[in-house]
Design a binder for this molecule. Sequence first.
Ligand code: MG
Length: 172
Amino acid sequence: MLSERMQSAINAQINAELWSAYLYLSMSMDAANKGMKGIANWFAIQFKEEQDHAQIFINYINSQGGRVLLAPIAAVDTEWKSPLAMFEQTLIHEQKVTSLINGLYNLAIEEKDHATKNMLDWFIDEQVEEEESARDIIDQMRMVEGNKFGLYMIDKEMATRTYTTPSPLATE
Ligand code: MG
């Protein structure tokens, strides 16, 4: 069973994951609008993954007999000055999400809520990957800054990213 405090913290995290989804969908739309199909694809997959993250938390609350409460999703930016700016915001945002996940983890420890702590382990690892992939792309984009052909090649490579269902949902 979830404490009231834990349940409302996880509900807040559901909102944060859905906000992330909305942010990445907006980036995908901006990239598509500017003809960068690969980057649009990359963010479209990111959009799906963030919805999956929300779904994992939703399933978890339901499996504990708790109550999911969906709050309004705040507005997101609609335009970025460059693809690099998108990925810089992505990294800053993912670092913030990491600190939110760490906060949930600390609360689980404080409440001796071992089930929630175990569920969060997957997210701890996932955040390392999220930050790493944003950082790698920022590095690549900085390498080719000002070189349109370089950006074209990165966009081409990003078109090859494919979606895979995250393991906590794949087993269902
Ligand atoms: Mg997420």
